[in-house]
Design a protein around this ligand. Structure first.
Ligand code: GLY
Length: 567
């Protein structure tokens, strides 16, 4: 890696344009993030300008939204190592121009040697360091299998989609100021959590414009290019993962890798205010609780209210409280636990959940528990839409920033710390403060409960909004608020993305308000009895709105380096 001053950057610009195919010319040093792009034929919004640009080039080369999403996901694994990944997992929601809606679950799984109390000491006390950091925190990665499941709907050869990522890893790219700060902040953890010091560690502090080159990652991506899914789950890469586990006392085996499967799930689909919402089913809790929250909002006629008034924030907070209480009790991997989904989203059940809601008075999580059923920051999101009528919404993650912070030596990619999304012990909060019960206990092969909520809103069976966000448990509340802001409060996509958000997740019983939230409204909420906590930021929502004339407004969140691209 070498440092490039901003002055020199412009002089050597022409040398730093990498060619990744006939039209794939990426300026890897002096790119800029664009927050709003108006497009006619296709758009991509992601956490990084280079990844959005890769997706755009694929669209321009005749690829469809799925092609562009695959190329964007692979590029993010290189240029956004905090959350873009091949060592993590995620969820894809795809709307195809022929009207089909597809949802792909490539969430990580617990390794075969995992067991229920693996993160408890001999006295039953939780060992959160083990579920959150280092080798034992990693679940079996799902991203590469997810990409190949998505390939069923792609139109271009895989080699073309992965080439830009290989080039970015092999030749390097200039990191942003945010990335430099984040790598510097994580330096000690990288040293502590690795058996071989990874490329993310540098003797002097990283600065904006430094070039990050990832040769090992380029080699792993090339193996995937040449051997497909097996280039990751078998052969050299699998052996390197198993060897890394052995050195660091982790438990992912070559058999776990060989057995991993992405799953094609039945989407969560429902009507809301004349639109059709298509979103992610379990093993993400996102779709189920989004459906609960939107249905409860309609029952209380939220359309008659306005954006972020004491009245609307209180109602939405109480709705969030109830949905997250249900999440903690009932939700987990449906392949391992019988989940009463039909009841949880039924009219009668949700009416019952709202019975004790009192306008103007804060509820309490001591009083409001999960409903009674009588039957058995860091993640990343990107949205893509094309001129053919396809749309793709993908949220993918390593869990925390840089996941377990453990890099597979020789293979160059970070492993997730997704095991922390299991409930390590009933009632013990994970890194997002979320609690869970039996439904989300650790079991070999099981998927840990997620909040990721990639979503597509359709109007007359055509894409209208493609959206999603990172943010742990705040993901679903941010998606919920963005939909209500746009559909009920008639807000522009730009405002819905960028205005302050709020969040309640049942436990802890507090209302989180984002910096910039109206202080007068906050005062009213405190008067009602809410315990307020301020957060510097909530989510990084990426939206593409498809306008009635077919043009697209692509909006990248102002909270990070996020960037929109389109043509
Ligand atoms: N790791 C965050 C989530 O899946 O919700």
């Amino acid at each position: 890696m070498q440092k490039i001053s901003s002055l020199v950057k412009f002089i050597i610009l022409s040398a730093c344009i990498i060619s990744c195919g006939p039209t794939h010319r990426l300026n890897t040093t002096t790119y800029e993030s664009k927050k709003v792009v108006e497009a006619k034929y296709g758009a991509v919004v992601s956490a990084h300008a280079l990844a959005s640009e890769v997706g755009l080039q694929i669209l321009k080369d005749g690829g469809n939204a799925v092609d562009a999403a695959i190329a964007t996901q692979l590029a993010l694994a290189v240029v956004y190592p905090a959350a873009g990944n091949i060592g993590g997992g995620g969820f894809s929601v795809i709307h195809l121009k022929d009207g089909r809606n597809i949802t792909i679950d490539y969430r990580e799984t617990a390794p075969g040697a995992a067991f229920r109390d693996m993160y408890l000491d001999k006295n039953g006390n939780p060992l959160m360091d083990l579920s959150q950091n280092g080798h034992l925190a990693a679940g079996v990665p799902g991203t590469v299998a997810g990409i190949f499941e998505c390939m069923k709907y792609a139109s271009l050869p895989f080699k073309k989609l992965i080439d830009p990522a290989i080039m970015l890893a092999d030749k390097g790219f200039a990191i942003t100021a945010n990335e430099a700060a984040s790598l510097n902040h994580t330096k000690e953890d990288f040293i502590k959590m690795n058996t071989v010091v990874p490329v993310f560690v540098k003797s002097t502090p990283w600065e904006a414009g430094d070039i990050l080159i990832q040769k090992d990652l380029a080699k792993t991506l090339s193996l995937i290019k040449d051997h497909g899914q097996k280039g990751f789950y078998e052969g050299e890469t699998a052996a390197l993962i198993a060897a890394e586990m052995k050195r660091g006392h982790g438990i992912i085996s070559e058999e776990d890798l060989r057995k991993y499967e992405a799953k094609n799930r039945t989407p969560v689909e429902f009507e809301y205010q004349g639109y059709q919402i298509v979103t992610m089913p379990l093993s993400s809790s996102g779709g189920v609780i989004l459906q609960q929250m939107l249905k409860m909002s309609a029952m209380k006629n939220i359309s008659s209210m306005q954006f972020e008034t004491p009245e609307s924030v209180q109602l939405m907070t109480e709705i969030e409280r109830r949905a997250y209480a249900d999440r903690a009790k009932y939700l987990g991997d449906p392949d391992f636990y019988k989940i009463p989904i039909k009841t949880l989203v039924s009219e009668a059940y949700l009416q019952g959940r709202l019975k004790d809601y009192k306008p103007g008075v804060a509820g309490s999580s001591e009083v409001t528990k999960e409903g009674v059923i009588h039957e058995s920051d860091e993640t990343t999101h990107f949205s893509v839409a094309d001129k053919y009528g396809n749309a793709v919404s993908i949220t993918t993650t390593l869990n925390g920033g840089y996941g377990s912070r453990t890099v597979v030596a020789g293979a160059g990619f970070l492993l997730n710390n997704e095991m922390d999304d299991f409930s390590v012990k009933p009632g013990v909060p994970n890194m997002y403060g979320a609690v869970g019960q039996e439904a989300n206990a650790v079991q070999p092969g099981k998927r840990m409960l997620s909040s990721m909520t990639p979503t597509i809103v359709l109007k007359d069976n055509k894409p209208f909004i493609v959206l999603g966000t990172p943010g742990g448990t705040t993901i679903t509340t941010s998606v919920y608020q963005t939909i209500v802001d746009m559909l009920d409060f008639k807000m522009s996509a730009i405002d819905a993305v960028n205005k302050p958000k709020f969040h309640h997740q049942w436990l802890p019983d507090q209302l989180d308000l984002e910096k910039g939230f109206d202080p007068e409204v906050a005062k009213s909420l405190i008067k009602m009895g809410y315990k307020i906590k301020y957060r510097s930021s909530i989510g990084r929502t990426e939206v593409i709105q498809i306008n009635p004339d077919g043009t697209m407004t692509a909006v990248a969140d102002h909270r990070g380096d996020d960037s929109a691209a389109g043509y």
